[in-house]
Design a protein. Structure first.
Length: 154
């Protein structure tokens, strides 16, 4: 005869194995991806060199804009990761501004915008991310964050 403790252990083991067996959806996998993994999809390793909260004017944080660099390919990379409105396609941007150039990605994303990669050898960069409360930039509330001064020159 099993004790209550043994039965509880069996229930925990069954519950844990059931949790592991549940397949992840693509959105769940994407939202769990780290910004370095998103940039590293090109086969190179990236390190975060700067990050900034993406905030509404009220101060509420909607996500984070990340600036990363890979010494392997000499490229910078920007990703904006949502922490609000995840799972909902909202107008989200990631922007890498290189002296004498500009590259960005924008669209309706559920988890993050990016990666945006660019070579900036001998130049300085700025980075920016934004998250809107609705699709296609139609909503009134827009959060933004990043660094709009030149930095990370090299």
């Amino acid at each position: 005869m099993r004790t209550a403790f043994q039965r509880a252990g069996l229930v925990v083991a069954v519950a844990a194995s059931a949790f592991v067996a549940v397949p992840a959806t693509a959105d769940a996998a994407a939202s769990a991806a780290s910004p370095t993994a998103v940039c590293g999809a090109d086969g190179y390793s990236y390190s975060v060199v700067a990050s900034s909260p993406v905030k509404f004017s009220s101060g509420t944080v909607a996500g984070t804009a990340y600036l990363m660099y890979s010494s392997g390919n000499g490229k910078n990379c920007v990703v904006t990761v949502k922490t609000s409105y995840t799972g909902t396609a909202t107008f989200t941007t990631a922007q890498l501004i290189i002296q004498n150039g500009n590259t960005y990605v924008q669209g309706n994303y559920t988890s993050y915008a990016g990666p945006v990669r660019g070579s900036a050898a001998g130049k300085c960069v700025k980075y920016w991310g934004s998250i809107n409360t609705g699709p296609d930039g139609q909503a009134a509330a827009n959060a933004g964050g990043g660094r709009m001064s030149w930095g990370n020159c090299g």
